[in-house]
Design a protein around this ligand. Structure first.
Ligand code: FAD
Length: 373
């Protein structure tokens, strides 16, 4: 049986971040990934604030597709345009980004076990024995470790195996996104955001340009059974039809879920959940890359302190102290937007326009910290 200090399940952004930090500190680390390559296979809009990307470290220029300087926010016909001279966000090639994160972790010494699916685990002495299955020949592989990290996304198998409290259905945004080529992108440096509490209850729609001819168009709602209706209504909007007219072609499309609220628990003993498995995404936008990476660092530091010095793991307290307030602010913004209704939303945008909200956001707005003064 193979033995490691830390087994990380999931080789995407948060799993690679945990693995990188643990391996850099000299721990033996295995990353169990069910796919043949690391990451989310591009199932993400992958727009990330420039500040956030810089804060999590690592080189991202090889996966950067586009620079975003502003946004057009639309609510029931009212529109607020925010333009800044500065680059606010980067649109990434998520596939390349995830591979670069995994490469860094691999270079630091983490061992990636691809085509390997985590199934279950048992406590064994002072650690765990994880049971994994090779996806190709279904061979069983047992791996012993001292710390088990679930970085395996919104449908975490680690969370299920360790009986962590489940997300409730209303805690998810159910999303659809398609990337189009040959699109009629008018402003390649601005995203379009569509708020519509009747057709997109609980979330919103978006159009994020990757270049002057490629755009990611998506929508989400917290009402699972309305997703197809919301999708049809959203794609019949004149702005979206104009964007895709006359020759846009779907390059890839997917349905996925984003947990909009942290799980009630994210640590049971030495089993830790990070990223989407823990529900560490922003409820306002669904962005999870920055907070997942930050929380992953805390998880890794706690794992290192445990393995090296036997210090009890205090991941749950530490990440909640550092980020729960910030994630809570994003949830409050989401609740206010949900409560306003379409008339309230359009009034908010009109009032915002009149009061110069665009200028305030230009000056102090931050996609992750809300206001950075
Ligand atoms: C439509 C949509 C748009 C988004 N847009 C943005 C955005 O613009 N900006 C942003 O910051 N965030 C965005 N997000 C959120 C972002 O994608 C996630 O927050 C982020 O990917 C979380 O990373 P993670 O490593 O925690 O999990 P994931 O990226 O979901 O990775 C989980 C990994 O675990 C692996 N895995 C799962 N189960 C097992 C198993 N049993 N055994 C082995 N491996 C397993 C998977 O193959 C995968 O590699 C978006 C999400 C969606 C759905």
């Amino acid at each position: 049986m193979q033995k490691f200090d830390v087994v990380v399940v999931g080789g995407s952004v948060s799993g690679s971040a945990v693995a990188l930090r643990c391996a850099s500190a000299g721990l033996s680390v295995a990353v169990v990934e069910e796919h043949p390559l690391p990451g989310k296979y591009g199932r993400c809009t992958a727009i990330v604030s420039k500040k956030g990307l810089n804060s999590i470290g690592g080189e991202y220029s090889s996966s950067a597709l586009n620079k975003i300087r502003g946004a057009d926010i639309d609510a029931a016909g009212a529109r607020l345009s925010i333009r800044t001279g500065k680059v606010q966000a980067i649109v990434l090639d998520r596939f390349k980004f995830d591979q670069a994160c995994a490469r860094r972790a691999g270079n630091a010494g983490a061992r990636f076990l691809f085509n390997t699916r985590f199934e279950s685990f048992v406590a064994d002495g002072s650690g765990f024995v994880a049971t994994c299955k090779k996806t190709k020949n279904k061979a069983t592989q047992k791996i012993r470790c001292k710390v088990l990290v679930g970085a395996d996304g919104a449908n975490s198998s680690v969370a299920a195996a360790a009986c962590f409290p489940a997300f409730r259905e209303r805690d998810y945004a159910f999303c659809y996104e398609a990337e189009y080529g040959c699109a009629n992108v008018q402003k390649a440096d601005a995203v379009q955001v569509f708020l519509d509490s009747e057709k997109l209850p609980g979330f919103f729609g978006w159009a994020v340009p990757c270049s002057s001819s490629v755009v990611r168009v998506g929508l989400g709602t917290t009402s699972r059974h309305r997703l197809l209706y919301s999708k049809a209504a959203f794609f019949s909007r004149p702005e979206i039809r104009a964007l895709l007219w006359p020759a846009a072609k779907v390059r890839r499309e997917f349905y996925a879920m984003i947990p909009l609220r942290p799980r009630k628990r994210t640590q049971i003993g030495n089993v830790l959940l990070v990223g989407d498995a823990a529900g560490q995404a922003k409820a306002s936008t669904g962005g999870g890359i920055v907070f997942a990476s930050r929380c992953a660092k805390i998880a890794a530091d706690e794992a290192v302190a445990f393995v090296r010095r036997g210090k009890p793991i205090r991941y749950e307290q530490r990440w909640r102290k550092a980020y729960c307030g910030k994630l809570g602010l994003h949830r409050r913004i989401r609740s206010v937007l949900d409560a306003l209704g379409n008339r309230g939303l359009s009034f908010l945008l009109l009032a915002g326009k009149f009061l110069g909200l665009g200028a305030v956001l230009e000056r102090f707005g931050d996609m992750d910290e809300i206001l950075s003064v």
